[in-house]
Design a protein around this ligand. Structure first.
Ligand SMILES: NC(=O)c1ccc[n+]([C@@H]2O[C@H](COP(=O)([O-])OP(=O)(O)OC[C@H]3O[C@@H](n4cnc5c(N)ncnc54)[C@H](OP(=O)(O)O)[C@@H]3O)[C@@H](O)[C@H]2O)c1
Length: 300
């Protein structure tokens, strides 16, 4: 079968090539992949993998072979999947039943592929931050994949949402998604903040810490700045930094996000879409901070 494999000599570090068929356990479904979605961490992590490795957390398609244990969706079901035993950027993938969700007919399969990592991360980071109604919530890297879902979900939960982006242009469309304030960096962000979903790290994270109010919490989700954060002291009033990780068993939460899409409460923003043969172009756009939301590739 064809797959996107790691090749350090290829532009962007990935190319389409032949790869071994996945091995399918009795508690897994085999899925024919039709669409895949890129994540910053997935692409970044692929750079450290050996040649020939098949990456890919998020992919959607159709069940080719139901799980041999009799559980899960039947052959032909439209599904979105994540974190299989093998990467999802391949024509076929074996996936655990609790890492997939059946996609309703009125949801585009390509859009569904964007939900597992970015959508579930935003959902779980907010959920683990306690009640948000009336709280001042800052979301950094708000124009990206996690960020656009987080802005919408925080607004839905009743928060006052402050969206922070890298440039004025990157703020486009965020107010329409529910941001009460759209700001560049931390310019104009006023204290106290109750919850911060931080995707940037580095010196900006240190500056965010100083804006937290009593009992405030920073969910450290990502470090796209790739810079170190150096704190002289963390003592003072009660505040927390949490090393966030999404964790497994995403199926149920993906289904919840799709119900929000069906009721018009959650929009999937696809800022780049094209054939998987254009992986180098898509990857360049993502790392170049050009993608508004998610990049989706079609397996053709
Ligand atoms: N802990 C977890 O479980 C978990 C789960 C999912 C994602 N993550 C992490 O969360 C982060 C965001 O992921 P994503 O999928 O949303 O990424 P994404 O869609 O690629 O968005 C990344 C955003 O990061 C900002 N950015 C990029 N380079 C930057 C730099 N040098 N300095 C400051 N900002 C920069 C950009 O903001 P502007 O466009 O505004 O410039 C961009 O919109 C990544 O670090 C990812 O690895 C962690």
């Amino acid at each position: 079968m064809r797959a996107l494999i790691v090749d350090p000599d290829a532009k962007g570090g990935l190319r389409l090539a032949e790869a071994p068929e996945p091995e399918v356990r009795a508690d897994q479904a085999l899925v024919s992949v039709q669409h895949l979605a890129l994540n910053f961490g997935d692409l970044n992590g692929a750079r450290a993998r050996p040649a020939g490795f098949v990456p890919g957390w998020d992919a959607s398609g159709v069940v080719l072979q139901a799980a041999a244990n009799g559980q899960g969706p039947a052959v032909g079901a439209r599904v979105v999947t994540t974190m299989g035993t093998q990467g999802g950027w391949a024509e076929r993938r074996a996936v655990d039943l609790d890492e997939l969700a059946v996609v309703p007919d009125d949801i585009d399969l390509g859009e569904a592929a964007t939900l597992p990592v970015a959508g579930v991360t935003a959902l779980r980071a907010l959920r683990r931050s306690g009640a948000l109604i009336g709280r001042r919530v800052l979301i950094t890297s708000a124009a990206g994949g996690v960020g656009r879902f987080a802005v919408q979900l925080a607004a839905l939960a009743g928060a006052h949402v402050i969206a922070s982006v890298g440039s004025t242009a990157r703020g486009a469309g965020l107010a329409e998604l529910g941001a009460d304030e759209v700001l560049v960096g931390l310019e104009g962000v006023s204290a106290p903040l109750h919850v911060v979903l931080d995707n940037v790290g580095g010196p900006q994270l240190v500056a965010v810490w100083a804006l937290l109010g009593e009992g405030g919490l920073v969910q450290c989700i990502g470090g796209t700045s790739q810079q170190e954060a150096s704190f002289r002291s963390l003592v003072g009033m009660q505040r927390s930094l949490n090393a966030f990780t999404k964790g497994p068993r995403s199926g149920e939460d993906i289904s919840y996000l799709m119900r929000l899409m069906q009721s018009g409460q959650l929009r999937v923003e696809v800022g780049w879409r094209g054939s998987w043969t254009r992986i180098a172009e898509a990857s360049e756009a993502l790392f170049g901070r050009q993608v508004a939301g998610k990049a989706v590739l079609d397996v053709d």
